[in-house]
Ligand binder design. Sequence first.
Ligand SMILES: [Fe+2]
Length: 240
Amino acid sequence: MDNVITIEAFGDNYFYLFVYDQTSAVAVDCGDCRGILKVLKSRNLRLDAVLITHHHYDHAAGSKKLKKKTGCKIISPDQKRIAQTDQLVADGDILDFGTEKIRVIATPGHTASSVCYYVAPSGANTGGMLFTGDTLFIGGCGRIFECGAKTMWQSLSSLADLPDNTQVYPGHDYTQENYQFALTIDPETEPPKMPSTMAYEKRSNIFLRSDDPEIKKALKMPGVGPDEIFGTLRSKKDRF
Ligand SMILES: [Fe+2]
């Protein structure tokens, strides 16, 4: 979408600016505020808020300084571990920015309090947009640090239920590595593409295919449930 600006940092992190009218923007994640400040200045944008997906430093550490520089509000799902939080959010909350509505989707797994942010379709955006932090990547998913595989699988499944034309905006670029891994499980895996949609991820992301009989066959685990298949894939990827 041309109203989403991607900001790269730390080699493979992505932060985003969602520009929701001519002059206002919302940031998603901020491990370091320098790139975001640069774009705000060059495009003459006002920053209303930064939405944080989870507490890891590479997603949250720059938000305090960003607030100091811009006066933006810090919105997060974890007041304990993101002490600078101004507004705490939980699953199902709707955030209003102008005429845009952003829904909070709880996605425990990578961390217990991780969330994704879904911008519902409106006006010029015929498809929604999903900011996934470290839960869903292009062709992959985040490591499971604080929950079980079943919980992470449920989180990914709830994202997969979003409309097919939802654009996916991940918190890291691990795309090539994910594809290399996927090929070891299914040599016919479709190559990743950026930007990606939920429809394409459901087809090409090996983790979202945990309920696909082809994958069960490839793993020699017929008759096994998708959460267990997912757990097996995730452990294989951890060792890849
Ligand atoms: Fe993370």
